[in-house]
Design a protein around this ligand. Structure first.
Ligand SMILES: [Zn+2]
Length: 371
């Protein structure tokens, strides 16, 4: 059933400051030593005050008139998802949390807080007391144990919204790094997403990542980070898909295993990045092969890998080709001129503006392979 979320504050400094324990253990609690108050739920509202006074007499624990109000609110009025603020006088901070559960009487517990009247809370953030608006700060000085902050609803909403936004940004940095695992992969992913990334990311503090992106007039709003994440996810999906595709090919075409395996080894981050850049379309004919496992293209080294050519495995030395044009190119059936026109075939090479090919490799290929 729908209910309006409420806003509360609690003091946990009676007989000691237990805010820290409550924050660590995820609860709020009150000291009233008057037994299990679950029974109050079954008392008529008009008789509550009497009942609480009777409990107070029975347990020899004084409950003031204000105390009665606190008890009623804590036990009967708080609902799951209500917000609660807990000042921590030692730290000069205020913990912001959200109520997770029902009122509980916890007589035996492992922590050092002796308060038995409790509710589970999920802490959302901690804010320095000095950073809070004056009016909210003043309200938190109330002498009551548990009280409503209804009139500060907007202020609290505002603070929590900011916290949420910050969290998204922090999550962006850490998650992106977790996904990528290392700087090299991170650089590939960012390049792919259209950023200019410094060559050596190892010196870059990950906290500085945002600054680097900002330098390029790219402010990471939450919407942007979401888009970037989707890009990254799609990229990783493509890589997986491709690897699956290769695996299936290897298994189903045993006589070509040697060749295919070699290509698997070659299909590292760089070639995956290249294929993604061209959406698996051949740079010669524009054809994209669609296998049941997903799109298929091959990364062709212009100056071949391995002895005696020892070409590098970098984007500048790679072409994204269909298998036919890969074989034709490797065997010198056609070559590429410095102006990107084809020698031995009609037309010219399709090149993405994000793909900088080093012409010296074309020249090497022409010299060593073109017939
Ligand atoms: Zn082709």
């Amino acid at each position: 059933m729908y209910h309006l979320v409420k806003y509360w504050a609690i003091h946990m400094k009676s007989g000691g400051n237990y805010a820290e324990t409550a924050h660590k253990q995820g609860f709020i609690a009150v000291r009233w030593k008057i037994g299990d108050l679950t029974l109050l739920k079954h008392i008529k509202p008009s008789l509550l005050k009497n009942e609480i006074q009777e409990l107070s007499d029975k347990y020899y624990f004084a409950v003031t008139g204000q105390g009665v109000g606190s008890i009623k609110r804590f036990v009967l009025e708080v609902r799951k998802d209500d917000y609660v603020l807990l000042p921590n006088p030692n730290e000069r901070t205020v913990h912001f949390g959200q109520v997770l559960g029902d009122y509980e009487y916890v007589h035996e517990h492992e922590d050092d807080c002796p308060y038995p009247q409790r509710r589970a809370v999920q802490w959302l953030t901690t804010i320095s007391r000095n950073r809070l608006p004056e009016q909210l700060k003043a309200s938190l000085k109330s002498q009551q144990t548990f009280f409503s902050l209804k009139k500060h609803k907007n202020t609290i909403d505002e603070i929590l919204k900011e916290v949420e936004a910050d969290k998204d940004e922090i999550e962006f940095n850490t998650t992106l790094l977790e996904v990528c695992g290392n700087d090299e992969d991170l650089a590939s992913v960012l390049t792919l997403a259209g950023f200019e990334v410094p060559e050596d990311l190892s010196d870059v503090d990950h906290e500085d990542l945002r600054a680097i992106l900002a330098e390029q007039d790219y402010t990471l709003s939450n919407k942007d980070t979401k888009a970037l994440f989707e890009e990254v996810e799609k990229y990783l999906d493509d890589i997986n898909e491709m690897q699956e595709g290769f695996k299936d090919r290897t298994e189903s075409i045993p006589e070509r295993q040697a060749v295919t395996t070699q290509r698997i080894i070659r299909d590292n981050q760089t070639s995956a990045q290249l294929k993604k850049l061209y959406r698996f379309e051949c740079q010669i004919c524009g054809i994209k092969l669609q296998l049941p496992q997903g799109p298929y293209a091959e990364a062709a080294h212009i100056k071949p890998l391995g002895s005696p050519h020892n070409g590098p495995d970098i984007l500048e030395n790679l072409l994204c080709l269909c298998p036919n044009h890969h074989v034709l190119f490797d065997n010198g059936a056609f070559a590429i001129d410095d102006d990107l026109s084809l020698i031995g075939l009609e037309g010219s090479l399709i090149v993405s503006p994000k793909h900088k090919i080093d012409q010296k490799y074309f020249s090497y290929h022409r010299t060593h392979f073109a017939k």
